[in-house]
Design a protein around this ligand. Structure first.
Ligand SMILES: Nc1ncnc2c1ncn2[C@@H]1O[C@H](COP(=O)(O)OP(=O)(O)OP(=O)(O)O)[C@@H](O)[C@H]1O
Length: 268
């Protein structure tokens, strides 16, 4: 693989938020992830690209605890999370959006966003039933976080509508909002503009940049839209058949012969 290029300044000065170290994951002989290593710096927008079946979603599934790798180590804020259960990884601060929108279609925008606060609720059932002080205070604080996200993602006009009635691009935005409601340490975005028209894509790109600028949340982006990746990402990892083939800035990887070969079937 092309050697790791110099990371951005902020990634050099602070320890990585995520370290993915020599991970191997196979399914009945298919090497979905084959010796992949990378780190994600604080406030870094890191992208993973590659042809269909290259192993991108499998990398997300290893990070978020859906799959346990046969080899390798994943750490979040220097704490090992390899093989932890998905709910535990989420509680530790990894939020995720999915290729296909995974929301509760009959619930409203605000209700779906409130579900993102689930990991922040500390009061017990009794307190909730009796609506005691702590439950009440937490509920008010959670609603305030959700309202900030409604403003941030410009969802106000749809806030009381069931998600299932909304245009696809808005549903993708709500899913992003639910991930943000978790106040994550790391955000995994799995094809955030898949199926979107040009206007929706431009809106989503703007929100992703705003998340980085205003919320300083590091992100990993898996995306087929090459223009978007090249415009947004600080660094890009290219995988093919589970194997890493290049890692560097968008400019460094886009003319790499192995990358061109993987995408076009030929070297330039
Ligand atoms: N649960 C599974 N069982 C068996 N094989 C799997 C499983 N998950 C992934 N794979 C295989 O692992 C390889 C990598 O798949 P993965 O979905 O990670 O690729 P991808 O890069 O995300 O693809 P796409 O761009 O099409 O979403 C593929 O060959 C896929 O068929």
């Amino acid at each position: 693989m092309t050697q790791v290029q110099t990371p951005p300044a902020q990634a050099r000065t602070a320890p990585a938020v995520l370290s993915f170290d020599d991970v191997h994951l196979s399914f009945a002989g298919v090497k979905a992830v084959n010796g992949v290593s990378f780190t994600v710096g604080r406030n870094e927008l890191f992208a993973v690209i590659g042809p269909n079946g290259a192993g991108k979603t499998s990398i997300f599934n290893v990070i978020s605890g859906v799959y346990r790798p046969q080899r390798g180590r994943v750490t979040l804020d220097e704490r090992e999370i390899t093989g932890m259960r998905p709910d535990r990884v989420a509680t530790l601060g990894v939020a995720r959006t999915f290729q296909n929108v995974e929301l509760f279609q009959h619930l409203t925008v605000v209700e779906n966003l409130m579900l993102g606060r689930h990991h922040h609720i500390r009061y017990g059932t009794l307190a909730a039933i009796a609506w005691l002080g702590r439950a009440r205070r937490e509920e008010i604080a959670n609603r305030a976080v959700v309202e900030d996200i409604v403003d941030f993602l410009e969802l106000a006009q749809w806030r009381r509508l069931p998600v299932g009635l909304l245009p696809y691009g808005v549903q993708k935005r709500v899913e992003l909002g639910r991930a943000l409601a978790m106040e994550p340490k790391l955000l995994l975005l799995d094809e955030p503009v898949a199926g979107m028209n040009l206007e929706e894509t431009e809106d989503m790109a703007r929100y992703i940049l705003d998340i980085r600028e205003e919320m300083s949340i590091p992100m990993i982006l898996v995306e087929h839209d090459m223009g978007l990746v090249m415009d947004l990402a600080d660094r890009v990892l290219v995988v093919d058949f589970g194997t890493p083939i290049a890692l560097g800035t968008p400019k460094e990887v886009q003319h790499h012969p192995d990358v061109l070969r993987a995408y076009l079937g030929e070297a330039k």
